[in-house]
Design a protein around this ligand. Structure first.
Ligand code: BGC
Length: 487
């Protein structure tokens, strides 16, 4: 069986004709310029807010319960309706990103982040609080679609992986900051400050997005070639913009179709859609958010008895390590490529999860309290190390690479909506995993739950090996040729 690996692009081929095919695009203007740094700031703020808003609620819940004396149902609603908002926001964002552009969609996300944070912080009752959760969730969903899309379309080819990985880095920093702020403010139960704090970066995101450049690819999609040329020259001075715009134009003509929802699901784009949706699902069913959300409880059953020790281990061993290990992806994604990172990462994740499963065989769940006086057992420490191993492997593979590939496999005219579909599927899967993790543990026990995640990691690796092509070093137009050639 032949592997679906795209052969390397010719390096710096000479430019003669103006309407070169996409596969022969020159690689000029490939430096990171000040305007690209502005793009990077937009991406960092968007990802950071995504991570913060996702991570902060666990620490805020206690205070919210004290203020409003909530029923268990309302607690669940307060927690999970952000995910619902994110799902809806992601779906709407596809339409918005294609209709009003990537930059203006990010602006809307910034406004929603700020508004949602303030509504939550000043909520006089639970109805307003839940409304705030929905608004902030929608902001997360909109940003989760628009920001990496914006990064992928504006980054020079040889930096594209790093730009989208910077988005993942920002998510991890957001989660880490949420863990830290939660542990600092938890004694005073200042949940309004925890939730309201996101308004500041929300306003900053809005301000930076106001001056940020527009995506030349989107402008070309709208037939606004002169504006596209102006943006391209502004963002990447020195770029030979004419052949680049010609290539985008050719690719758009080759698409030929009008952007519509039916077109996203058209047979012709089945392969990229399956790749995007498959990666979105595998990213979640290999267990990342079960660990991000429930780390405290996993460490508790592994023998870390005091609340303080659980919080410390979760903050640093999960939150901190997640941030640091993402730099591995940033360093390597555009050099050694997406596939090697994905396959090695998944192998490490599978091994780590299998080890956690074995360790739990030696941890007597009901007697966990008995461990407390003496701290964690050997099996507890093994669990800790294995989970750190899992987080490292996820952080350089399934975290950043999944978002990178999702944002580069689709042809221009359906990119916004198709990315939105994948993002919504990702949120849906995250919701299901976090919702049912404890139920599954209750039904089959800790060990089998982690072995199940390990089995999904093995499945993911096999599927990626046979189905996901290498996209490193290819322009977005070159990647599109993969599917149109295979027609
Ligand atoms: C995932 C999130 C996850 C985060 C952890 C992201 O790529 O989409 O669901 O919480 O990584 O770092």
């Amino acid at each position: 069986m032949t592997l679906p690996v795209i052969s390397a692009a010719p390096s710096n081929p000479p430019v003669k004709a103006t309407s070169k095919p996409a596969a022969e695009l020159p690689q000029t203007g490939q430096n990171v310029t000040p305007w690209l740094l502005v793009v990077l700031v937009v991406v960092l703020f968007s990802g950071g807010l995504f991570g913060y808003d996702q991570g902060v609620i666990s620490g805020a819940l206690h205070g919210i319960k004290n203020t409003f004396s909530l029923s268990p149902l309302i607690i669940e609603v307060v927690t999970s309706w952000m995910t619902l908002g994110a799902l809806l926001g992601a779906l709407a964002a596809g339409e918005l990103a294609d209709g009003i552009g990537r930059k203006h969609t990010v602006l809307i996300a910034g406004a929603m982040f700020s508004l949602g944070s303030l509504v939550q912080a000043f909520a006089p009752d639970t109805v307003i609080l839940v409304a705030g959760r929905l608004i902030i969730g929608a902001g997360v969903g909109v940003a989760a679609v628009a920001a990496p899309l914006y990064a992928a379309e504006l980054a020079p080819t040889n930096f594209r992986g790093r730009f989208v990985s910077a988005y993942q880095l920002a998510i991890t920093i957001g989660i880490f900051l949420a863990y830290l702020i939660d542990s600092w403010l938890s004694k005073s139960d200042s949940w309004r400050v925890m939730l309201g704090a996101a308004a500041v970066p929300g306003i900053l995101l809005f301000a930076v997005a106001l001056i940020a450049p527009r995506s030349p690819r989107w402008l070309m999609m709208k037939g606004r070639r002169e504006e596209a040329a102006a943006e391209l020259v502004k963002v990447r001075p020195g770029v030979d913009f004419k052949p680049r715009l010609d290539a985008i134009e050719t690719a758009l003509k080759e698409d030929g179709k009008k952007a519509s929802w039916a077109e996203v699901f058209h047979r012709q784009w089945r392969r990229p859609l399956l790749i995007g949706v498959g990666l979105a699902v595998f990213q979640q069913i290999t267990g990342i958010n079960a660990i991000i959300y429930y780390a405290d409880q996993i460490f508790a059953s592994a023998g870390f008895a005091s609340q303080a020790s659980q919080t410390t281990v979760t903050t640093w061993a999960i939150g901190g390590v997640n941030v640091v290990a993402t730099f591995i992806a940033i360093a390597f994604i555009d050099n050694i490529g997406r596939r090697i990172l994905l396959l090695t990462g998944l192998t490490g994740m599978a091994i780590s999860l299998a080890v956690v499963g074995v360790a739990f065989q030696f941890i007597a769940a009901p007697a966990a309290g008995a461990i407390s006086a003496h701290g964690p057992s050997v099996a507890g420490v093994v669990t800790l190390f294995a989970l750190v191993g899992f987080i490292i492997c996820f952080a350089f593979s399934m975290g950043p690479v999944v978002w990178t590939v999702i944002n580069e496999v689709f042809p221009g005219h359906i990119r916004g909506r198709a990315v939105a579909v994948c993002t919504a599927v990702n949120w849906g899967s995250a919701f299901l995993v976090s919702q049912f993790f404890l139920t599954v543990i209750g039904a089959i026990g800790n060990s089998y739950t982690f072995w199940l995640f390990a089995a999904f990691s093995v499945l993911a690796a096999i599927w990626i090996y046979f189905r996901v092509p290498e996209t490193k070093g290819q322009s977005l137009e070159q990647i599109q040729l993969l599917w149109t050639k295979a027609r």
